[in-house]
Ligand binder design. Structure first.
Ligand SMILES: [Zn+2]
Length: 449
């Protein structure tokens, strides 16, 4: 048995709420939900219309059991509303004049981006949510925090940047700087915390190696904070990051629709992320029936956020797959429940290849077990009515002679994890596969072409 880690005197960002007993937490959620429903019904034509269609009145909501009475909302409905009355649709509960910035995210289907408006108070709240995560993973005023982030229309780490200002840490932004310049900034300024996507954290380490920089010796990095991709909770990816950086990594997850994070990993690292339950109601349901699943069972996240005033999100179907377990699985003393293993994938991420379910995240978990792999890509194709899945692998420069061994091991491991489905394996030239800074797209589906 591991020794129980001690809880530090400054463990929590919001000690009262983060350690609130369950009944008080539930009461707080119910009170906030009532207010949110009234706000939305009074000011958002989108919600007013949908509540009326479902014959739901905010006054009917009295306890969390009444959640099922509230019609869930989907991204498609939001996009439809945007298309009908462009550019913002009728979801916003306040006019654009109140907003201070616009963020967009590319649609998963179609060409229209999702457009998110936020006002001053929304941004204060967005930063506050990131504070739970950054403080919880150990960021303090003495820290120097480096953001490998482009500060563009994607909302990404914008809120995290403001959270660091709020916490009093020193921030180093890096805009659109090339990777080698970012490595230099991190080392020369003794950054103690690096924030990026898991993919880009590995990319930084790769470039550092090519520059002859040993991050473990030359840098002062004490922790890596990840966001933007589910692989931040994949053990093999984490091990690889921790090995090259010599620092522990903590995962966070958020979404443009919320504007910030809703879960974070604390420094006790329970193998999952705590849900910020005083600001969100997170439900986990069967995506087919919308019935709640049992604790620990995989289901779809349905989120209600209490902080965004202009965009009230109520029972929003995220399509994220998660498994919720009780807060007691962590030793930090927080009463916020945990998503074990982080975001486990997307409901629509599943690909059926010759009858076998394939999740890109599961493939990544296997590929990343191999230390020599620098980058990879999954290609789905159809040949003579037969679906094929190919994994193209780039090895570290100069280690190509190890390909036969790596190929053999990958062949075995991938088949073993996929009901003996055979994967094709190809060695790609060094540097030939795409590199990503945000939201890696490592799966190419050529079947629809
Ligand atoms: Zn914890």
């Amino acid at each position: 048995m591991a020794r129980k880690p001690k809880v530090a005197p400054d463990e929590y960002w919001n000690p009262r709420n983060e350690t609130m007993p369950r009944e008080s937490l539930t009461a707080l959620q119910v009170a906030k939900m009532k207010r949110q429903l009234e706000w939305a019904a009074a000011r958002s034509p989108f919600h007013k219309r949908r509540f009326a269609a479902a014959k739901f009145k905010p006054a009917q909501f009295k306890s969390l059991d009444d959640l099922r009475r509230i019609p869930p909302m989907t991204r498609e409905e939001w996009m439809e509303a945007q298309a009908k009355t462009p550019p913002y649709g009728d979801l916003p509960a306040a006019p654009p004049e109140v907003a201070i910035r616009l963020h967009t995210t590319s649609g998963t289907t179609g060409r229209m981006p999702l457009r998110a408006l936020d006002g001053t108070r929304d941004w204060q709240w967005i930063a506050e949510m990131w504070c739970y995560g950054f403080h919880g993973f150990g960021v303090r005023p003495r820290d120097t925090v480096f953001f490998a982030f482009s500060y563009a229309s994607f909302i990404g780490f914008w809120g995290a940047h403001y959270a660091c200002e709020k916490l009093g840490a020193l921030v180093i932004p890096s805009g659109s700087l090339p990777t080698d310049a970012r490595v230099k900034l991190i080392v020369e300024n003794g950054a103690t915390t690096v924030c990026a996507t898991p993919t880009y954290v590995l990319r930084l380490a790769q470039v550092a190696r090519e520059m002859g920089v040993d991050l473990k010796k030359a840098g002062k990095v004490e922790r890596i904070i990840l966001s933007g991709e589910p692989s931040g909770s994949v053990p093999a990816v984490r091990r690889k990051i921790e090995e090259v950086w010599g620092a522990p990594c903590g995962d966070t997850a958020g979404m443009t629709e919320i504007g910030t994070i809703m879960v974070f990993e604390c420094r006790h690292r329970p193998g999952g992320m705590h849900i910020i339950e005083d600001h969100f109601i997170e439900e986990v349901v069967d995506p087919e029936t919308m019935e709640p699943v049992k604790p620990g069972e995989r289901g779809e996240r349905v989120v209600t956020s209490f902080g965004r005033g202009i965009l009230p999100l109520i029972r929003y179907r995220t399509r994220d797959l998660v498994a919720r377990v009780p807060a007691s699985e962590c030793t930090c003393g927080r009463t916020f429940d945990i998503y074990r293993g982080g975001i486990l994938g997307r409901v629509d991420d599943m690909h059926k290849i010759r009858g076998t379910n394939v999740y890109p995240r599961a493939v990544e978990a296997i590929v990343r077990e191999h230390a020599l792999v620098d980058e990879f890509q999954i290609v789905l194709s159809r040949e003579k009515d037969r679906d094929e899945i190919t994994v193209r692998v780039e090895l570290q420069k100069g280690s190509e002679e190890h390909w036969p061994g790596t190929k053999k091991a990958l062949d075995r491991d991938l088949a073993e994890a996929h009901e003996n489905l055979r994967f094709r394996l190809e060695l790609a030239d060094p540097g030939s596969l795409p590199r990503f800074e945000l939201k890696a797209k490592r799966l190419v589906d050529k079947r629809s072409l």
